[in-house]
Design a protein around this ligand. Structure first.
Ligand code: SF4
Length: 412
């Protein structure tokens, strides 16, 4: 059984704030969500393949200076023809470990975003943080600087599993970090946990979820372990020294979590994400709705003005490029209308709410039925899709066999 196979609900209960577009699509297409990448960590976790570097902490200040310059360059590039600054609804500081920056560095980065972009007064401004890298004073400082949502990488409440993962924090530090964040005034907190870990039993998972719910975070992201090439975990799995959880156990863990979180009032609005009503991640919805975003910093990706582009990944090289007043873009491709339509449909169908067909037509100027032709007919006939009030989404059976649907949406 795969993860998708566990999801057998026939109807999805979603808060109306998610189902209804909050703004016309044409207005949303004129905005750009901002992502700032901070590529530093104390040590590399054993499963991590993100673009992040251990042992480079002295580079933090030169890196922040380069990032400030890139924010200014990106702001100019994204300005409207009339010279007005581009509107931003969300900012996300990700990594790496952004909580390794000082309050002053974070404040300067946010100020630069506020100067170069027209950031909404009620923008969602998230920072990723790792327990063990946060103290009360720092949390008060970043809240004051404008961060209003924290996303914490906790991964497990089991001390031994944290060691296996190569995490630097203890279970107690997770609790402490959340308590400090509450005291500092954070009312929107996400916590990430992982399942399918080597030697993780169902009992470990139940205990982790129980302790997570005691903290009552507004949002939870639950990911199954993916063993990526080039990581210590990959080598250890190949050697046979660790064995990740099998598919059946992962499916049971997912199902258990989904049921427990639903009973606790959370909504599963995307396969790996649950939130209390109104606390879904607006930034992540930008990606799933295929709306424009501008990524800055090493390796950051952007999707803006009909192009997709990404930055130099290595910090020293990135800093050099910025110092030479060069844009740090290393890859760029044009996204034509066919591709944009395919991707919008594909990403929409991966979410619990599905694809809103009137919005698709308003965005691309043609009905979804004309774009897709008869390509979806076999999967419609097989009952993999369902329609409801203008929404097209995977049926319970479709969630088991999502790839059958997705491949039909790819451009020829
Ligand atoms: S803290 Fe996060 S980004 Fe850093 S090494 Fe661990 S998993 Fe990777």
């Amino acid at each position: 059984m795969t993860l998708m196979e566990t999801d057998t609900r026939s109807k999805i209960q979603l808060p109306s704030s998610l189902l209804q577009a909050t703004e016309p699509i044409q207005a949303l297409l004129e905005t750009a969500s901002l992502y700032l990448h901070i590529p530093f960590c104390h040590t590399r976790c054993h499963y991590c393949d993100f673009n992040t570097f251990a042992g480079r902490l002295p580079l933090r200040e030169p890196y922040v200076r380069a990032l400030l310059q890139e924010i200014e360059m990106a702001g100019s590039m994204a300005r409207h023809e009339n010279g007005h600054r581009r509107r931003s609804r969300t900012i996300f500081l990700g990594g790496g470990t952004p909580s390794l920056l000082t309050v002053d560095q974070i404040t300067r980065l946010l100020q630069a975003c506020f100067q170069s972009f027209a950031v909404d007064d009620n923008a969602e401004i998230t920072m990723e943080a790792n327990p063990g890298t946060l103290n009360q004073e720092q949390l008060i400082g970043i809240r004051k600087a404008g961060i209003n949502r924290l996303s914490m990488g906790a991964q497990s409440f089991d001390a031994q599993l944290l060691k296996t993962l190569g995490r630097i924090h203890t279970p107690e530090e997770i609790v402490q970090a959340v308590q400090h964040a509450r005291t500092a005034g954070f009312t929107s907190i996400n916590i990430d946990f992982m399942f399918g870990l080597p030697d993780q039993t169902m009992q470990h998972w139940q205990e982790t979820l129980k302790r997570a719910l005691e903290l009552r975070p507004e949002h939870l992201s639950l990911y199954s372990l993916i063993v990526e090439e080039g990581t210590p975990f990959h080598d250890w799995v190949n050697e046979g020294s660790i064995i990740p959880g099998d598919e059946d156990l992962c499916a049971d863990m997912y199902e258990y979590a989904d049921e427990l979180l639903r009973q606790a009032g959370y909504v599963n609005y995307e396969i790996s994400n649950w939130s209390l009503p109104g606390y879904h991640s607006r930034h992540n919805l930008t990606y799933w709705q295929n709306l424009p975003y501008i990524g800055m910093g090493t390796g950051a990706a952007s999707s803006f003005a009909g192009r997709r582009f990404s930055n130099e990944r290595e910090p020293t090289e990135y800093i050099k490029m910025i110092k030479a007043h060069r844009l740090p873009t290393v890859e760029s491709e044009k996204v034509g209308p066919e591709q944009a339509m395919s991707e919008t449909a594909f990403l929409g169908l991966r979410t619990a709410m599905g694809l809103h067909l009137p919005t698709f037509e308003e965005r691309f100027g043609i009905p979804f039925s004309r774009f897709v032709g008869d390509r979806l007919q076999p999967v419609e006939e097989a009952g993999l899709l369902e329609h409801e009030d203008g929404w097209l989404r995977l049926s319970a059976r479709g969630r088991l066999l999502g790839n059958e649907v997705f491949v039909r949406l790819l451009p020829d």
